[in-house]
Design a protein around this ligand. Structure first.
Ligand code: FAD
Length: 408
């Protein structure tokens, strides 16, 4: 890393001021990072187009009619109160050499270090038939907001006896257990409101996060309601037809009453524009500093980053953001950051009062954030209802805590 990184720098006007950090993306990772950087005394600008953030965690409960979308929405006033300058614009251009960000209104921001936390884009070029227009008929609901509400409305309008078909992508994608949590909560809705209906899950993989726990719970809570088809059993969706809400696999065509197509994903477009995404579409980083392996001075956190063993979760993005902010502040003082240790827990609701979790601890090893063996774990296979209920409450408490920390 260059010795040019110094705590105080000459700004454009020739004066000397605190080092300037720009953070692009005000989701779980970016908003956390901006606050932490501001608290360490740096001049921070957060660039985020939306004045209101809509959180994905717990959005499956909105789909299932168990929760209001208003509970998913958060503003940026708390972040402003910490001294962060918030620009409600999209970053449209990043010049790594010049260390400059251009916003969609033409404004430019010079930086000493840039943190990119733009999340994901759905790939509308990966699954034949599935583009942005198709998503209006076959919602992904993998970015929370209008898509979540669209899927909810479709489910409400579905007749009893209909088939809800979900297409799940191969790894990596945002929130590995998310599709199966959604399947569970939709099953709860159908069981209680439309009991003759069925769920068909067409999966592009043969195994998934917390699989044994999910499948055991499905048997117990929703017997006969959910059919999961793995990749090797022909679950991979090769094409969709939005005109007839049909999903096509190598083995047949499935007409859905409601089709929830979760397509493959990549880091949001600004990452590729900045030159920090590799051919996979995701962003390789140094696991100690989160600095891009492709462009100096740009750090990447959250879903956009290749975080080794860490899943793409809000919990992980929040943890990475704090470690990254500490590393950026250390680098700007001209010092060397210490390797971080990061924790992640992914909670899932299998029913309104039935939670399961998987936890991990990660540290840099061999150039990647690597799972420390034996440090994490999953919920026990056998447990009384009181235990599952406590985990559901823990999930809720986690959401309250993290959103208060990030946006409160
Ligand atoms: P995001 O939160 O998506 O934030 C990215 C931000 O960047 C957005 O606000 C976007 O507007 C902004 N942006 C994009 N491009 C630009 C640009 N050019 N200029 C400026 N800003 C830009 N995680 C959990 O930990 N627990 C859960 O229970 C959980 N449940 C989930 C359930 C579902 C259904 C889904 C889909 C996800 C779930 N997740 C969960 C995953 C979690 O939502 C993501 O991992 C998390 O949001 C990633 O944070 P991020 O900051 O990287 O991206």
């Amino acid at each position: 890393l260059s010795a040019a990184a110094m705590p105080r720098v000459a700004v454009a006007q020739g004066a000397v001021g605190p080092a300037r950090v720009v953070v692009v993306g005000g989701g779980f990772a970016g908003a956390t990072c901006a606050r932490a950087l501001a608290r360490s005394g740096l001049a921070v600008t957060l660039v985020e187009p939306n004045p209101t953030f809509t959180a994905c965690p717990f959005s499956n409960a909105v789909v299932a009619g168990l929760r209001d979308i208003a509970q998913q929405r958060f503003g940026y006033d708390g972040i402003r109160r910490d001294g962060v300058t918030v620009a409600h614009r999209a970053a449209s251009r990043i010049e790594a050499e010049a260390r400059r960000v251009t916003l969609d209104d033409g404004t430019t921001l010079d930086y000493d270090r840039l943190v990119l936390a733009p999340g994901i884009d759905l790939r509308f070029d990966a699954l034949p038939g599935y583009d942005a227009a198709a998503a209006e008929t076959m919602p992904h609901a993998w970015k929370a907001g209008e898509q979540t509400l669209l899927l909810r409305r479709q489910l409400e309008a579905m007749e009893d006896g209909g088939v809800f078909v979900m297409a799940v992508p191969a790894n990596p994608y945002r929130c590995p257990p998310g599709p199966y949590e959604r399947v569970s909560l939709v099953a709860h809705y159908l069981k209680t409101r439309k009991p003759r209906s069925k769920i068909l899950v067409l999966d592009a993989k043969d195994a998934f996060s917390k699989q044994r726990l999910f499948q055991a719970a499905w048997k117990e809570l929703y017997p006969g309601l959910i059919e999961w088809v793995s990749q090797s059993e022909g679950g991979g969706v090769t094409e969709v037809d939005p005109a007839t809400t049909t999903l096509v696999t190598d083995f047949g065509r499935h007409k859905a009453a409601v089709a929830n197509v979760i397509p493959p994903q990549r880091a949001a477009a600004i990452a590729a524009a900045a030159g920090v995404a590799d051919r996979s579409g995701w962003c390789p980083i140094d696991p100690v500093t989160f600095e891009s392996r492709l462009q100096a001075g740009i750090h990447v956190i959250g879903d956009a980053a290749i975080a080794g063993g860490m899943p793409k979760s809000a919990f992980a993005g929040n943890a990475q953001a704090k470690a990254c902010a500490a590393a950026v502040a250390t680098l700007l003082r001209g010092e060397t950051p210490a390797p971080p240790k990061l924790i992640n827990t992914c909670y899932s609701l299998v029913g309104p009062d039935y939670g399961i979790s998987v936890a991990g601890v990660y540290a840099p090893a061999n150039g990647l954030l690597t799972d420390i063996e034996g440090a994490g774990g999953v919920s026990p296979a056998q447990a009384p209802p009181s235990f599952r209920s406590r985990e559901a409450a823990n999930a809720q408490a986690w959401f309250e805590t993290v959103t208060a920390e990030v946006f409160g």
